[in-house]
Design a protein around this ligand. Structure first.
Ligand code: ADP
Ligand code: MG
Length: 739
């Protein structure tokens, strides 16, 4: 009998070599294999008859091979197959398909899937259909008659699962069908159900065993629409399962955090006056509301865990500074972490402008500091001289000792990702938020002998510009409270955005020249730093030279990209901030957080090569002052259809939420959140966009389970669920532990 945890190599027909191929697909165990779901199904129980087909639809047809042949046209070889049912005929065409030449024999039954079209004579045909020769398992080599029969029974006369082939196509849909079928047949009959009975009842969930069987081999009566949209009871069970244990972990995390001792900051008149004093402008209503939410958290004795979400340019920084003042005025230190060195430096500049004037002591801690200087800065921090410490995330996390840390602000969290956040929070449980340990100065000997008094947990404020729809935010960031800055500072006029072909570059450069003549500055953005990184793409370095020497010989043109060393970056950024550089040629290093309100033009070359979220972030660098701003999206060469849609969206709207939704649609959630880097759990079966409602149900049920034993749910059930949650989390999030 196979157990879910059995390594796949023990499944009949796999073995060590194929196990390696599967491992690359994250299929290591029987459980993984069974969660490799069909991406579509074919109705081979009631396949369409050829006579019923209509042009324009996607259809599965089962028919008999009549004849086939290869035609060589001047351009390419075309393979044509004619199949029939009785007297009706259907033509199938494949381009460039000499390899199909000897594939079909008259009399074979084939299943075909593809889009039905009309040819020039009004005859129906399917272009490039996917096909399977039924009963033919020779493609996998030496199968005996019995096996052939068994395989045939899996692919005809029923709803048939279609899997994505993998391993350079060696592992065909048919191969998966056979292997998964065998696995199911040999799977231990009683899989324990870790979801408490009450929860199962709330959602009418089927058993795990049944879900796994039916998701691969649906009953004949199953709704085809439900199958294709992953809404059968089998799908729902598997999806809910996956989401439920994630939410259970988040919910537990949230409770643990709430239970810890934090700092109850005082918010008296003195502190209020100090907050007001630094404001260089009138805060927006949204900024006031959000500050109030933060201040309320800070006053309560449990540690704040709050996410501040606000579109680019909505003014998060000043809110963070105000929160910092509350902590500092209470005698605590504040750490402000940025994802890039450029951004850390920029925060440092504005903090000095806004806060240093008011007498606060600020230090910048970056990787590029000389070792001596770094040691000095660290000492200032450990002794409590530095009140606000600004740095990159990596640096501050790297065991900086604070004298009395009260607040940690993490800026542009989407760059860190959920995974890192979870790790940060984990560290904060080990003493000291975000791996930063509050330690008394002077390395006093008492510390080793005396039991350490429990230090209060610092407050944590996480800021992000990623416009995640609220329901998703609530569920994905289930361990955080959420504040939203939903208003832009006054006087912003929407950025005028145009999409232009490369040929019109001269006009664009003229326009840039005019804007600079009027006292403004411009960005010109490229997708790559150097030529040959990707052929045919203009690159920042080369274009910088050309723009400086040929196009704008009388202007100051700077260059900024990720490979400059930190000093150079800082120098260039400062010159741009001070207006000494008029045109900044850059890569996407400027995407996050850069704030130079005098810059009113952004030209993005090869704009179709950027992701939507990225374009939105980039465009967020302009339109930050009172002057009208312009974003020009240049496109050269052939633009993909998806590229066109992205450009259209950018021209049409500047609403971050709309852009996010479209981006999600175009790329899917994995890409949208940058699953791989961001450490969003990469779900095996769930899709957090499609499955929003299940996600919310999972969150609700998780809260119910955690609320403790009650007549509906026993302690044993809760323990079993928590145990399962822990092992899932260990798998999904690697080292992060909860509970
Ligand atoms: P983000 O939310 O993208 O981090 P910033 O905090 O960098 O935005 O703010 C964007 C710009 O708007 C900055 O130049 C900032 O000084 C300015 N700003 C912020 N709040 C206000 C306000 N209430 N009134 C006027 N300008 C503001
Ligand atoms: Mg910012």
């Amino acid at each position: 009998m196979l157990e879910p945890s059995t390594p796949v190599q023990y499944v009949k027909g796999i073995g060590p070599r194929l196990a390696e191929v599967l491992a690359a697909k994250d299929i290591a165990t029987v459980d993984d294999l069974l969660h490799y779901l069909p991406f579509r199904y074919e109705d081979r129980l009631n396949p369409r008859s050829v006579a019923e087909l209509r042009a324009g639809e996607m259809a599965t047809v089962i028919a008999e091979v009549r004849n086939s042949g290869l035609f060589r046209t001047r351009r390419m070889p075309i393979f044509q197959l004619t199949v029939g049912q009785g007297r009706t005929r259907l033509k199938c065409i494949w381009f460039n398909a000499a390899y199909l030449q000897d594939r079909f024999q008259a009399g074979q039954m084939v299943a075909l899937y593809g889009k039905v079209e009309e040819d020039r004579d009004g005859q129906l045909q399917i272009m490039q259909p996917q096909f399977e020769i039924l009963g033919d398992i020779n493609e996998e080599g030496g199968a005996d008659e019995a096996e052939k029969k068994a395989a045939a029974s899996l692919e005809i006369g029923r709803i048939v699962p279609i899997y994505e082939s993998t391993g350079q196509g060696k592992l065909t849909p048919r191969w998966f069908r056979r292997i998964i079928r065998w696995t199911l047949d040999n799977l231990s009959p009683d899989l324990p159900d870790p979801i408490p009975a009450a929860v199962r009842a709330h959602l009418s969930l089927v058993s795990p065993r049944q879900a796994l069987s039916k998701v691969h081999w649906p009953d004949a009566g199953e709704s085809f629409t439900d199958l294709q949209s992953s809404r059968t009871s089998a799908h729902i069970r598997l999806i809910f399962d996956e989401l439920f244990f994630i939410e259970l972990g988040l919910e537990l995390k949230r409770r643990e955090q709430k239970a810890q001792t934090g700092i109850a900051f005082q918010l008296n008149d003195g502190v209020r006056a100090a907050i007001k004093k630094i404001l260089p402008f009138h805060p927006t209503a949204a900024q006031k509301r959000v500050l109030k939410e933060i201040a309320t958290d800070m006053q309560t004795p449990c540690p704040m865990r709050r996410l501040l979400q606000g579109d680019v340019g909505s003014g998060k920084t000043i809110v963070a500074f105000q929160a910092a003042i509350i902590a500092i005025e209470n005698g605590y230190q504040v750490a402000l972490m940025a994802p890039t060195e450029i951004l850390a430096q920029q925060h440092y500049f504005s903090a000095r402008q806004i806060l240093e004037r008011a007498g606060y002591r600020i230090v910048l801690l970056t990787g590029s500091l000389e070792p001596d200087r770094k040691r000095d800065v660290r000492r200032h921090i450990a002794q409590g001289n530095a009140q606000l410490v600004i740095g990159t995330h990596a640096l501050i996390q790297d065991r900086v000792e604070f004298e009395k840390l009260g607040l940690v602000v993490v800026d542009e969290q989407h760059r860190f990702g959920v995974m890192q956040r979870l790790k940060l929070m984990k560290k904060s449980d080990d003493r000291g938020a975000t791996g930063v340990s509050p330690v008394k100065p002077g390395g006093d000997a008492r510390r080793s002998t005396e039991p350490k008094p429990t230090e209060p947990e610092p407050d944590v404020l996480v800021m992000t510009a990623t416009p995640i729809p609220r329901t998703l935010a609530l569920t994905l960031y289930g361990d955080l409270d959420i504040s939203v800055l939903d208003e832009l500072p006054p006087g912003r006029t929407p950025v005028v955005t145009r999409s232009l072909p490369d040929e019109r570059a001269p006009e664009v450069w003229d326009f840039v020249r005019k804007q600079i003549g009027a006292g403004h500055q411009a960005y010109v953005v490229y997708p790559v730093i150097e030529e040959n990184e990707e052929r045919e793409l203009k690159a920042a370095q080369q274009m910088h030279r050309q723009l400086r020497e040929k196009i704008f010989p009388n202007l100051h043109v700077g260059l900024l990209h990720g490979r400059l060393d930190a000093d150079e970056k800082e120098h260039v950024m400062r010159e741009f901030q001070q207006g000494k550089i008029e045109i900044l040629v850059a890569t996407t290093v400027i995407e996050v957080g850069v704030d130079v309100p005098n810059a009113t033009v952004m030209v993005i070359e090869h704009a179709d090569r950027f992701g939507l979220a990225q374009l939105h972030q980039l465009r967020g660098r302009i339109g930050r002052g009172a002057a009208k701003s312009y974003c020009v999206l240049m496109r050269g060469g052939k633009v993909s259809e998806e590229g066109e849609r992205r450009l259209d969206a950018m021209v049409r709207t500047s609403d971050g939420f709309q852009i996010a939704e479209l981006d999600l649609e175009l790329r899917g959630p994995g890409e949208f959140f940058g699953t791989k880097q961001a450490g969003i759990p990469s779900f095996r079966v769930a899709n957090i966009i499609r499955d929003r409602q299940l996600l919310e149900a999972a969150k609700r049920e998780a809260a119910f389970v955690i609320s403790g034993p009650n007549p509906e749910i026993s302690k044993e059930e809760i323990d079993r669920a928590l145990k399962q949650m822990r092992s899932r989390w260990a798998l999904t999030y690697g080292l992060v532990e909860v509970g």
